[in-house]
Design a protein around this ligand. Structure first.
Ligand code: PLP
Length: 226
């Protein structure tokens, strides 16, 4: 175990706590391990981290099998863009899907999942045409349509902020996502309790925590200087 890894993990955990509003539960740290191998995931697990995020189906499967002996202790989060074809290979092995970004993906999951999948709806808050995700102004009708897919359990909303956003813009995007999440939650849908917010990456998780994130997805900050 390297001292640097221990220090990075502590720094991130401390910054999450320091950025959480008084009286609120700190966000769960999802360690994004797409840059590192299964051995590094074991080291993080030894440091008390149980939540891991991967963004590519094949790489996820490789690590899932490499860590099969401790699978009961790990929560796997799939955070990347997901095509229809690999859905059947991964959907029953993950614990959370953060990136439901279109209805055709919901259809494929409905066919392939053998239980309800805890899912975040990915929202394109900034509205850039190059980004995936549902539009905020279509959110209520999207959530209503998803009632037809009983394999999906919509536990929250997720967003990926643009790399060029200023701190003020980031606050504004995360606040908008929080506002939208609360509005859906208040409707008390059984298929979409929508209590969670997955937002914040290495560059901006401190801002996301201030705006109410319940899951932050952090990679680079954990592995720098290693
Ligand atoms: C890679 C990735 C992250 C983590 O990004 P870092 O900047 O390395 O912390 C978070 N979310 C998604 C969807 C990603 O693909």
């Amino acid at each position: 175990m390297t001292d640097i890894l221990v220090k990075n993990v502590k720094n991130v955990q401390n910054k999450i706590i320091a950025s959480t509003p008084a009286g609120k539960q700190p966000a769960t740290l999802v360690a994004v391990t797409k840059y590192v191998d299964a051995g590094m995931i074991r080291q993080l697990h030894a440091l008390g981290i149980n939540d891991f995020g991967e963004n590519r189906p094949d790489v996820f499967l490789e690590k899932y099998h490499a860590l099969y002996d401790i699978r009961d202790e790990l929560h796997w989060h799939f955070i990347g863009n997901l095509q229809r074809r690999p859905v059947k290979k991964i959907i029953n092995k993950i614990d959370y899907l953060h990136s439901l970004d279109r209805l055709s993906l919901a259809e494929e999951i409905q066919k392939r999942a053998d239980h309800r999948i805890d899912t975040f709806l990915e929202i394109n808050v900034s509205g850039e045409s190059s980004k995936s995700g549902f539009q905020l102004d279509k959110l209520s009708e999207t959530v209503e349509k998803l009632a037809n897919y009983d394999k999906l359990h919509i536990i929250g909303l997720m967003t990926m902020a643009s790399k060029t956003a200023t701190d003020d813009e980031l606050h504004c995007y995360f606040e908008q996502l929080h506002f939208a999440q609360t509005a859906i939650q208040q409707k008390q849908y059984t298929h979409a309790p929508c209590k969670e917010l997955s937002m914040g990456m290495s560059r901006d998780y401190h801002i996301a925590c201030k705006e109410g994130a319940s899951y932050v997805r952090v990679g680079t900050a954990l592995f720098k200087d290693l």
